[in-house]
Design a binder for this molecule. Structure first.
Ligand code: BGC
Length: 355
């Protein structure tokens, strides 16, 4: 079974699971019986714009529901994130929500939470090989497919054709510790495959950007440009807006910004500005408020030990984890208005303004 979300109904599995959680005694510090639900939110990082928005929306929604939220951010450090979860578990939380830096390492936090009778929701990034209770995310394979398909449609408007035009790309993958990065690559591979197999597309350089740092995106783009020599790549398939920003800095330094297609993801404000100016070609808009609101509601229900219905399941190597998914859309200059701006994700005036 792949980790891609399976469209199976898991409401029964989830009721069984919640039954198990309900029977576990909470070993954390006790609080008065009718005290509000307390949610612990452990974030990998707050360095990127998106995670600040995730935090703010999640917290606002949870508070509107009457919950208390305690937030900690681990600054891309696995040990720190484990400590953060332990600290949250020591603050009598009813539910733990984790956006993991490392999807493998954080299985320890899930075990610790369950030992305290606290259910765990993985926020946007899967936690692997553990008895995770709920996973709220986007279709991450589809994110990669949208990025890859966007490029192939631009590079090969006539579709795959043996003997047809040849193009060259560089690929910047995400953090190797992030399960999502692998799913994005999987989706990109799906879209690129016919063109790679018939020899129309050549990958001149590829690498993983540790911790998703823009500086690593820049370094990979520079390596790609120097390896490609005089015959510059036609596109840079960057997996998110942060690494796309780094790659575009490298292109600027070579006088190539706006001349090479660049993908991204997150619809960050800077990325949308670059799309308007023509330096970045596309991004994938993931309506974060929808995810954060849905996750806050789900966490509130888990905290109250109320039954939840999830329509999908994702194999995390241990079990099919009940999964809630939010839809996504590819954004370029021509549909910025009807997507990102119409949704109020960014204001038109902010997009026009210089950073
Ligand atoms: C998220 C992206 C984000 C990246 C870096 C991934 O797990 O899906 O939206 O850009 O992490 O934070």
């Amino acid at each position: 079974m792949t980790s891609r979300t399976l469209l199976v109904t898991v409401s029964c599995a989830l009721s069984v699971l919640l039954g198990a959680l309900l029977s576990k005694p909470s070993q954390g510090p006790s609080r008065p019986k009718d005290s509000p639900v307390r949610i612990g939110l452990s974030l990998d990082t707050l360095k990127e714009e998106r995670w600040q928005r995730d935090r703010d929306t999640f917290t606002a929604k949870a508070r509107a529901l009457g919950a208390e939220v305690v937030v900690l951010s681990a600054n891309s450090d696995d040990l720190q994130q484990i400590k953060d979860c332990q600290s949250l578990l020591g603050q009598a939380i009813d539910v733990l929500v984790i956006a993991p830096h490392n999807g493998e390492a954080m299985s320890k936090a899930v075990v610790a939470a369950h030992e305290s009778g606290v259910p765990v929701l993985a926020y946007d990034r899967l936690i692997r090989n553990c008895d995770l209770d709920l996973y709220c995310t986007f279709d991450n394979v589809k994110v990669g497919e949208l990025q890859g398909r966007f490029l192939t449609e631009r590079l090969f408007p006539e579709g795959p054709r043996a003997g047809g035009p040849k193009k060259r790309i560089a690929r910047i993958y995400g953090a190797p510790t992030d399960n999502n990065a692998k799913l994005f690559k999987q989706g990109q591979d799906n879209a690129l495959r016919p063109f790679l197999e018939n020899g129309q597309l050549e990958v001149v350089f590829e690498d993983w950007a540790e911790d998703w740092k823009p500086a690593n995106g820049k370094r990979i783009a520079q390596a790609a440009l120097s390896k490609a020599g005089a015959q510059k790549p036609d596109a840079i398939l960057a997996s998110n807006d942060g690494t796309a920003g780094g790659a575009i800095q490298a292109l600027r330094e070579e006088g190539l910004a706006g001349k090479i297609l660049v993908t991204g993801q997150d619809a960050d404000l800077d990325a949308c500005r670059r799309i308007l100016s023509g330096e970045q070609t596309m991004t994938v808009y993931k309506p974060l408020p929808k995810l954060a609101n849905a996750a806050a509601e789900a966490a509130f229900h888990l905290g109250k030990r109320k039954p939840l219905i999830a329509r999908g399941a994702t194999d995390n190597g241990f079990k099919p984890v009940p999964t809630q998914e939010v839809d996504i859309v590819a954004v370029e200059k021509s549909n910025l208005q009807e997507t990102v701006i119409k949704d109020g994700f960014h204001k038109a005036s902010d997009l026009q303004a210089q950073p």
